[in-house]
Design a protein around this ligand. Structure first.
Ligand code: 13P
Length: 251
């Protein structure tokens, strides 16, 4: 089980420190479930200082596929490692929609993350139009197969997949537990096929899209739902901690 907070482009340094301290005291020591915070780049260092030794891990929201060089405005895997990141979110639908990320770029970044011992949280998910046209399983299969192509993984803890249907992100419209269970089962079979039975069975598959304290329990109790990638509710320490408790209970 893993509950990760994706703060997106929210919270300056002071606000990030305040929320991190709030999360640390509200969550306490994570029991049997992984917990991570993914703040904006400029907040990573300060957030790590507050998380260090708590058992709560740090993640970034994106990175470049090269180690260094003439890529103005970009941040590399070694830089993320140097400020204490354990995870990096890759291919979030907002990056796919607004910043032209493709399955190919996600794949390059995932390869790069692994080679620097960062755990990629690879995001997949269909649009409303694709869901309505009953193409969601096909779209997600393409994203999973292309995004994870050629990855050499020797343990299931080296990678995380997050299913985030675009139509459920920030809309207050959560996918139903049945829809989530179906898609997570589909992703599980794909992971077993891409890697092998043992590794594919152990990879955490997170659900993201309007997860709140009030709906987390019914989602996390479903098979193959191994936690959540939390947006809006991660900006409130009490809400985030309540979601972590749902994961701990489901673990
Ligand atoms: P919300 O929880 O705000 O819907 O965002 C989900 C998300 O995009 C997490 O990455």
């Amino acid at each position: 089980m893993l509950v990760a907070g994706n703060w997106k482009m929210n919270l300056d340094l002071a606000a990030a420190r305040q929320l991190t301290s709030g999360v640390v005291s509200a969550v306490g020591t994570p029991k049997g479930t992984g917990v991570a915070l993914c703040p904006p780049f400029v907040d990573l260092d300060a957030t790590y200082s507050l998380l260090h030794g708590t058992g709560i891990r740090l993640g970034a929201q994106n990175m470049h596929e090269q180690d260094s060089g003439a890529f103005t405005g970009e941040i590399s895997a070694p830089m993320l490692r140097a400020v204490g990141c354990h995870y990096v979110i890759l291919g979030h639908s907002e990056r796919r929609q607004l910043f032209d990320e493709t399955n190919e770029s996600v794949n390059k970044k995932a390869l790069q993350a692994l080679s620097h011992r960062l755990v990629p949280i690879v995001c997949v998910g269909e649009s409303l139009e694709q869901r309505d046209a009953d193409r969601h399983n096909m779209v997600v299969e393409e994203q999973v197969r292309a995004g994870l192509a050629n990855l050499e993984v020797s343990s299931s803890s080296e990678i995380v997949v997050a299913y985030e249907p675009v139509w459920a992100i920030g809309t207050g419209r959560t996918a139903t537990p049945d829809q989530v269970q179906d898609m997570h089962g589909h992703i599980r079979s794909l992971l077993q096929d891409i890697f092998n039975e043992a590794i594919g069975s152990g990879i955490d598959i997170l659900y993201g899209g309007s997860v709140k304290p009030g709906n987390a329990a019914e989602l996390f109790e479903r098979p193959n739902v191994d936690g959540g990638l939390i947006g809006g509710a991660a900006l409130n320490a009490e809400d985030f901690a309540a979601i972590v408790r749902c994961a701990e209970e489901a673990a």
